[in-house]
Ligand binder design. Structure first.
Ligand code: MSP
Length: 541
């Protein structure tokens, strides 16, 4: 027997792990949905994919919330994970492969091993630190980062992100020798230009590191809600050092278990860490420095998306501007939620949500644009062909033009996903929705049905006519759309696949490679098409 082939690398993507101090709002949902769309897209390419999300449960922020609610931090975390953070994935129709909690033993044990290794390598030393700390960010701030308070906070220094006063902390801690990595980090950004994306994020990170790096305080001794430092259990690990390691511990870093080792070999390094721009530096500076110190391979990309804004500021629970995902999804459904945020906000930039815009796009783009296209095509196949797909006649320029639009839509969407321009990918798919609507308006099947030779004595459409060609072509465009939009609007795409009767003849929707979705002439004559429920029922009021 020859050597075993190397297992194929999985496409491994992560979301940040969320603080359990509060329930999810649509800003958190935005990160998770984006990662879900991209990973579903890679699955639709028939790639092996691993998608991780989870919760960040240690640190002062969570501890204080638990205390304020009169429960232990573990009880608080359990409650929030069970009642909010796990269920929201269902609400959003997210298909993650794993959910890591930083209080799980698989994580804490591996974090301790990682720390001990860094300590043994001389990367960690004991020292002292004093500086302004923001509990909201769980981060020591540099004096230059702070803003002056006004009104109720007059005379105090505030965190620019949370708008709350910082606290002066002075402690004996352990430090990670991060300053030693500035040159290597700059070389990384240079040699691997897409390590940090988009370009604005990359520039910010380079500018920051060029100013020089300080060593990082990585332990705290004034509270105990954290992972104990293995050689000095009077200290707990700084929550960010703990949290960042989830990306590696969850896929089996340092495991002895053969299945876990295999998982690590298949997934690591991560292909994309998706993060909001507020937590870019942790991921693009501290995290690679930690991995360098440990001698582990670095992730391929850190992509920073923008914020959902309310009144020009980051939506947040602490500022009471948070909207729960269910508030929107109860009315519009998870597909519309996913579509709206992925389509309307250029991924990487900031955006905002409004009920008016959501309603207008739901009715215009989803109900009238896409849903109506699907239902009228199925209705006409029902009316003229008894719900059985006919054989088309010779193709004209109108059909080849639509097939060209489909080919371009797939090619553009594929390229956009690789750049993480999710909005462009959805827009590319929508070019096919629009072109197919135009195609139907122009070919006018309802008029063709009245023409000589298009129908038989019973008024039933005949094979090989223009009427047959137009409806088969529309059905082919819808088949392509089901595949292209499966990652974005999974429920509607699945319903459409069922309505086209595609599964018995082509197999499950998940098994259709997105790369070849645009090839027309795939649904065979004789396929049973049924008009199901409306994909996006029009909203009354
Ligand atoms: N626990 C840390 C992450 C640790 S990752 C090793 C954390 N958690 S968080 O719950 O505060 O935020 C998680 C993610 O939600 C971040 O990517 C953040 O950018 C995102 N968002 C929180 N509010 C947001 C908006 N208003 N808009 C868009 N994303 C937002 O940070």
């Amino acid at each position: 027997m020859g050597p075993m082939p190397e297992p194929a690398k999985s496409f491994y993507m992560t979301t940040p792990i969320y603080y359990v101090n509060d329930a999810p709002h649509i800003g958190h949902a935005y990160t998770t949905v984006a990662a879900d769309v991209v990973t579903r897209w890679h699955r639709q390419r028939q790639e092996d994919v691993w998608f991780l999300t989870g919760t960040d449960e240690h640190g002062q922020k969570v501890l204080r919330t638990a205390e304020a609610n009169g429960v232990t931090p573990q009880e608080w975390a359990d409650r929030l994970v069970d009642s909010a953070w796990q269920p929201v994935l269902e609400t959003l129709d997210v298909r993650n492969d794993d959910f890591i909690r930083t209080t799980q033993e698989r994580h804490t044990r591996r974090v301790q091993a990682f720390l001990q290794d860094l300590y043994d390598k001389g990367e960690i030393y004991a020292g002292s630190y004093e500086g302004p700390y923001c509990v909201g960010c769980e981060e020591y701030k540099l004096p230059g980062d702070l803003v002056d308070g006004t009104g109720e906070y007059e005379g105090q220094k505030l965190c620019p992100i949370h708008g709350r006063p910082v606290e002066m902390l002075s402690e004996q801690n352990y430090f990670f020798r991060m300053s030693a990595y500035a040159e290597r980090l700059l070389a990384l950004y240079e040699d691997q230009p897409d390590f940090v994306q988009p370009a604005s994020a990359r520039n910010e990170v380079i500018g920051f590191v060029k100013q020089g790096l300080q060593d990082l305080s990585i332990s705290r001794s004034t509270f105990d809600w954290g992972i104990p430092i293995p050689w000095d259990p009077a200290h707990v690990l700084y929550v960010w050092f703990d949290a960042l390691l989830n990306y590696a511990t969850a896929v089996g870093l340092d495991s002895d278990d053969p299945a876990e080792r295999e998982r690590f070999a298949r997934t690591w390094p991560a292909d994309v860490h998706l993060v909001g721009k507020d937590i870019l530096r942790f991921h693009a500076v501290i995290w690679p420095a930690m991995l360098m110190a440990a001698g582990l391979p670095l992730p391929r990309r850190v992509f920073a998306h923008g914020w959902l804004l309310v009144g020009g500021e980051k939506m947040s629970k602490s500022k009471l501007t948070g909207i729960a995902p269910a508030d929107i999804i109860d009315t519009f459904g998870s597909d519309a939620f996913r579509y709206y945020f992925m389509r309307t906000i250029a991924f990487g930039g900031d955006g905002s949500f409004s009920w008016e815009d959501m309603t207008a796009r739901y009715n215009g783009e989803l109900a009238n644009g896409f849903g109506n296209l699907a239902s009228r095509t199925a209705a006409m196949i029902g009316k003229y062909f008894g719900g059985v797909l006919p054989a088309p006649g010779p193709l004209t320029e109108q059909e080849t033009a639509l097939a060209d639009v489909a080919a371009r839509a797939v090619a553009d969407a594929e390229a956009a996903i690789d750049r993480l321009a999710i909005h462009d990918a959805v827009a590319a798919a929508w070019s096919l929705v629009d072109a197919t609507n135009v195609y139907i308006t122009e070919t006018q099947p309802w008029k063709l049905a009245k023409e000589e030779g298009e129908t038989d004595a019973e008024g039933r459409g005949v094979d090989g006519g223009r009427l047959a060609t137009s409806l088969v072509t529309a059905a082919e465009a819808l088949r392509a759309l089901a595949v292209l939009l499966h990652p974005v609007t999974p429920k509607a795409a699945t319903a459409l696949w069922a309505s086209l009767g595609a599964e018995p003849v082509l197999g499950p929707l998940a098994a259709q490679p997105v790369q070849s979705a645009a090839a027309f002439g795939v649904l065979p004559a004789g396929t049973t098409v049924t008009k199901g429920e409306a994909l996006f029922p029009r909203l009354v009021d």
